[in-house]
Design a protein around this ligand. Structure first.
Ligand code: HEC
Length: 145
């Protein structure tokens, strides 16, 4: 009788342990599922956004930007989210954007700085109308009025 009692305790103990492990594994699985890993391109875009936000502030305060961030050239080869690929339109928008952004740093330009900045932001928006429209309202906030 006593032995049976111990057996019961053991059974309950193991049953309980099993359950706990199961809960832990489903929790882990959910975590993996919830984890959103941004693509290289998404990271670059967020950097470009933050950089241009600061640039806008500097321009408004009358500071002259001096150095084009070479990192932005990665727009040509940063890895995209799996479901996307580069087509001809995308490539030409990348070139247009880099040229426009470089113009912001062109000290010899006769075009007002605000206009050059807004041109670059305009190309962000143009490319986004063809590629991913979600961030457009956010990007529009970069325009200097
Ligand atoms: C040549 C096309 C192109 C240009 C130019 C472009 N983008 Fe993007 N942008 C994309 C694509 C494509 C994605 C989606 C990236 C992905 O999911 O891999 C994206 C994503 C984003 C995102 C969302 C990132 C995220 O966390 O998912 C933001 C914000 C963004 N871009 C802002 C900008 C800003 C600001 C500029 C200009 C300074 C700009 N983009 C210029 C194509 C472009």
């Amino acid at each position: 009788m006593k032995q049976l009692f111990y057996l019961l305790i053991l059974l309950v103990f193991f049953a309980c342990k099993d359950k706990k492990e199961q809960v832990e594994t489903t929790e882990k699985a959910e975590k993996v599922y919830d984890m959103y890993t941004p693509s290289e391109m998404a990271n670059l875009m967020n950097e470009m956004y933050a950089y241009n936000q600061q640039l806008k502030q500097d321009i408004i305060e009358g500071k002259i930007p001096t150095e084009f961030p070479e990192k932005f050239l990665n727009i040509h080869n940063a890895q995209l989210s799996d479901f996307k690929s580069r087509n001809v339109t995308f490539k030409s928008f990348s070139n247009l954007y880099i040229e426009a952004e470089k113009e912001i740093f062109n000290a010899n330009s006769k075009v007002p700085l605000e206009t050059r900045f807004n041109n670059a932001v305009g190309i962000c928006i143009s490319c986004h109308t063809t590629e991913c429209t979600g961030p457009i309202p956010r990007i529009k906030k970069l325009i200097i009025k």
